[in-house]
Write a protein that binds this ligand. Structure first.
Ligand SMILES: [Zn+2]
Length: 294
């Protein structure tokens, strides 16, 4: 079964991860723009980061047979630096038009401050202007209220709910999201937030419609194989193959296809790894023999 990890920060992962993901059946990923563990201090840092998401990282994924797409945004953790936020908002339209950019995201609330709300709203407007879907993460603290406020802001800005993916859901927030027309993502982490067994229980209760799962792997304690591991857990629990495939393949494809920049036909076509290729003169190899598929 081909799988899609619709939320993973590959910039912070290794080539071993790419190899293991491809071997486990992951054929495509979406890498949302996020913060770097500490706030950036210059608008130019965002520009170089966006360029690497649409450039080097996309190339690096292809070198291991994985299709790479990304989303572009400024994170709420960087909302309080007004100079920075305004500068990035000015920069974003150029990047929202690039190939491989399939949504505005990840945006949302962190501490639910006024500055965060302004930035959240401005980026929802950018999504409307560029006819792109939106990836919204829910805060780690006060998650239920954060989810309710996010859904209210989506309504206020008149965004079609079927173009909105609310991420990092739990047992508490999923019913709120399913009451609307939005899609619901779940980040499967080692030990915290949501794990394989709890996800199995949610699918048994709510079914597969508008449900997505991801690893949200980054430079923190996380696991880039959580999508295949959750597939194994769903299979073990007797959830039927059609429902599993809907969750890990058809749903993410259908959601991001609203960008007009990704289609099932594209992603299913074997990409053929060619590690003799270079990106701006650079290779992922360090003298090893390149793998070149027919
Ligand atoms: Zn993330």
């Amino acid at each position: 079964m081909k799988m899609f990890d619709p939320h993973i920060h590959m910039t912070s992962r290794t080539t071993d991860d790419y190899q293991a993901m491809a071997a486990a059946g992951i054929a495509a990923v979406v890498e949302p723009a996020f913060w770097l563990g500490q706030p950036r201090t210059h608008v130019g840092s965002f520009e170089d980061y966006f360029l690497s998401l649409v450039g080097w990282e996309r190339f690096r994924a292809a070198q291991f047979g994985i299709r790479h797409f990304c989303t572009i945004a400024i994170n709420p953790k960087e909302a309080n630096n007004r100079y920075l936020a305004e500068g990035v908002l000015e920069l974003m339209p150029r990047y929202l038009e690039k190939d491989g950019v399939v949504a505005v995201g990840e945006i949302g609330y962190d501490d639910m401050t006024d500055a965060e709300e302004r930035l959240f709203g401005a980026q929802l407007e950018l999504a409307v202007e560029h006819a792109l879907p939106v990836l919204i993460h829910t805060p780690h603290r006060d998650k239920k209220r954060g989810t309710e406020r996010s859904l209210a802001l989506v309504r206020e800005h008149g965004i079609a709910e079927d173009k909105v993916l609310i991420d990092h859901n739990t047992e508490e927030t999923l019913p709120l999201v399913l009451e609307t027309g939005c899609w619901a993502g779940h980040s499967i982490y080692p030990d915290t937030k949501m794990d394989e067994a709890r996800m199995v229980a949610l699918v048994q209760r709510y079914g597969a419609e508008r449900i997505l799962i991801n690893s949200a792997a980054d430079w923190g304690v996380s696991d880039p194989l959580k999508v295949p591991k959750t597939v194994a857990a769903m299979r073990g629990a007797g959830i039927d193959e059609e429902a599993i495939e809907t969750i890990v393949w058809h749903n993410p494809l259908q959601f991001f296809a609203a960008s007009g920049r990704i289609s099932a036909a594209d992603v299913l076509e074997p990409s053929g790894v060619d590690q003799s290729r270079l990106w701006e003169g650079n290779s992922v190899l360090r003298g090893q023999t390149p793998r070149v598929d027919d």
